[in-house]
Structures are given as structure tokens and as C-alpha cells.
Ligand binder design. Structure first.
Ligand code: C2E
Ligand code: MG
Ligand code: MG
Ligand code: MG
Length: 292
């Protein structure tokens, strides 16, 4: 395991070095080629209700199966394209691939909600809703209500009025939105007020230290209360330990995602994970979480 982490680190370093040496454009070229060569893959991370044990769905996360460097995380290539046109075809590839995967899972009897991450730049395209409807129409076996989107509260969502109209239009056809990494953007409350998203994803940075840092705990209490007051669902990201889960349940935050539940996994691994998974019994019964 340690060896694996070391290897991955080396791969990331290598990719960054590549970018520095060969320059921005060639990286863009390489990413464009990767799209054509079908080198991207989606991994899927479950979201669960810790109280009821229900599996809420999975989040699709992009990786690059690089022929020489192995499996690269999005941090290595998404920042290169985020301000570039290429973000659009990559975003559409993600939507298409997730919907295709849902159809494959359906044929094996697994009907599961899938959400994809969408860049703010992509969301702000004039034809976003039209394109999404077209892609959904190409997957008639997938109910749009089984498909969702996550968008970061970033300054790129500057035109809140427009973003809000787009989100509204998508939700009208059944595709619900989540606000990702909630609490890290510079104007969370304005976003919360203006964007009609159904779900808030509390950023993992607050969850990580919640048991040691009273300020992070206070933020979690506050955001959970805020979400309830605004009639939005709330999910905690980055739930790594049983103690995290128990504390979140005590705060009234039942939905969770994190390595403590499942790591992102290849599509083939999901059906057996779904049959194997049981909620952690100690989530409900652990009381002195501060000293765990
Ligand atoms: P995100 O959407 O907030 O996704 C959560 C990230 O945290 C994922 O990293 C996931 O693997 C990681 N994670 C999940 N549980 C835990 C945990 O318990 N502990 C820790 N330390 N990490 C955890 P990943 O896959 O590297 O993705 C990073 C970010 O890249 C995502 O953050 C999302 O903003 C972006 N991203 C990923 N896939 C796509 C995509 O297809 N399109 C777009 N536009 N962005 C994507
Ligand atoms: Mg996300
Ligand atoms: Mg997030
Ligand atoms: Mg994130």
C-alpha cells in the first residue's frame, strides 16, 4: 500500500514535470489525444445513508489511464483544461460515459443513481440544457431522475442568475444538482440563496478535523442546520473513520461519502460492492467519539 502511494506520487510528479518541460499547449494536445484515444475512465464512489443503510447512489470521478504513467488523478489534467474549450468535450464524454454505464448496470439488474461533476464553464454554455437533453435522449433507458450533477461554488459561476436558470431547467427535466465542496467558496451563503440546488456537499476539509477542531465542528453543525432551514439535503464528504460517521449522525447529517465507506472503484467492482455492503454498526452506538 505504501509502495503504491509512493508510485502514484512519482507519477503525479512526472506529469507535472512533463507539463513544465513541454509547456501548456502540448499538454492540451496530449489531453485532446487522450480523449480521442479513449484513455479516460470513470471510477465510481458510493454515497450512503448511515442511519438507514440505504445506498443513495454513486459519484463518477474521472481518471486518465495513461499508457506510460498509469492511472492519473484529475488534479493532474483537469486544471490544464478548465479554462479551455476542451473542457466541453471532456464534460460531454463524462456525461455520455456515465449514462452508458448506467445502461450496462441496468442489464445486470443494478439500477443506481449516478452524479457527475460538471465544470462551471461548461454549465454556463448557452446550449447546455439543449445538449444535455440530446445526450439523455440517446440513452432512453435511463430515467433522467436517476442522473445528477455536482457543481463547485466557484467564482466561475459569477453569473448566478444564468447558472440558476440553467439549474432550474435541468431540474425540470429531472436532473438534480448538488453544490460541491460547500463552505470553501468565498460567498457560500449567496450561492445557497440564489442557486436552487437540492443537495449541499460539505467539503471534506471540515470533516477531516471535526473531532479535534471545534471550529470545524461548529461549521458542520452550522451547515447542517442551514441546509435544513433551506430545505436542502446535506451530505458529508471525506468520511474516513467510524468516529466521523458517528459524530455526523449525532449532528443530524445522515448522508455520507468517503474512504471509510468506499473508495472510488472501477465500474466492474460496483455490483459486488452493492451486494456486500452493510452499514457500520458502530455509527449508531458510539458515544465518546472525542477520545477515539
Ligand atoms: P470532488 O467532486 O469533491 O470529489 C471528491 C474527491 O475526494 C475525489 O477525488 C475523491 O476520490 C476524494 N475522496 C473521496 N472520499 C475521500 C476521503 O474519505 N478522503 C480523502 N482524502 N479523499 C476522498 P478525485 O477523484 O481526485 O477528484 C478531485 C476533484 O476533481 C473532484 O472533487 C472534482 O471537483 C474534480 N473531478 C473529478 N472528476 C471530475 C469530472 O469528471 N469532471 C469535472 N469537471 N471535475 C471532476
Ligand atoms: Mg463532486
Ligand atoms: Mg467535493
Ligand atoms: Mg473537491
Amino acid at each position: 500500500q505504501a509502495k503504491l502511494a509512493g508510485k502514484n506520487r512519482y507519477q503525479i510528479f512526472d506529469a507535472e514535470q512533463d507539463r513544465n518541460v513541454r509547456g501548456h499547449h502540448e499538454s492540451l494536445e496530449r489531453i485532446r489525444d487522450a480523449l480521442t484515444a479513449n484513455e479516460f475512465v470513470l471510477h465510481y464512489q458510493p454515497k450512503v445513508n448511515m442511519r438507514t443503510g440505504e445506498i443513495m447512489g454513486v459519484e463518477a470521478l474521472i481518471r486518465w489511464q495513461h499508457p506510460e504513467k498509469g492511472l492519473l488523478p484529475p488534479a493532474v489534467f483537469l486544471p490544464v483544461i478548465e479554462d479551455h474549450q476542451l473542457a466541453i468535450p471532456v464534460g460531454e464524454w463524462v456525461i455520455n460515459t456515465a449514462l452508458t454505464q448506467m445502461e450496462v448496470w441496468q442489464t445486470t439488474g443494478l439500477d443506481i443513481h449516478v452524479s457527475v461533476n460538471i465544470s462551471a464553464r461548461h454549465l454556463q454554455r448557452e446550449d447546455f440544457v439543449e445538449r444535455l437533453s440530446d445526450i439523455l435522449a440517446q440513452h432512453p433507458n435511463v430515467a433522467p431522475s436517476r442522473f445528477g450533477m455536482e457543481v463547485l461554488e466557484t467564482s466561475a459561476l459569477e453569473d448566478l442568475a444564468h447558472a440558476s436558470r440553467v439549474i432550474e431547467a435541468c431540474q425540470k427535466i429531472g436532473v438534480m444538482f448538488a453544490l460541491d465542496d460547500f463552505g470553501t467558496g468565498y460567498s457560500s451563503l449567496t450561492y445557497l440563496k440564489r442557486l436552487p440546488v437540492k443537495l449541499l456537499k460539505i467539503d471534506q476539509s471540515f470533516v477531516r478535523d471535526m473531532l479535534d477542531d471545534p471550529d470545524d465542528l461548529a461549521i458542520l453543525v452550522g451547515v447542517t442546520g442551514l441546509a435544513n432551514a433551506f430545505r436542502r439535503q446535506v451530505i458529508a464528504e471525506g468520511v474516513e473513520t467510524v468516529a466521523h460517521g458517528s459524530m455526523l449522525l449525532k449532528l443530524g447529517c445522515e448522508l455520507a461519502q468517503g474512504y471509510g465507506i468506499a473508495r472510488p472503484m472501477p465500474a466492474e467492482s460496483l455490483p459486488s460492492w452493492v451486494t456486500r455492503w452493510r452499514p457500520e454498526p458502530d455509527w449508531e452506538h458510539q458515544h465518546s467519539v472525542h477520545h477515539e
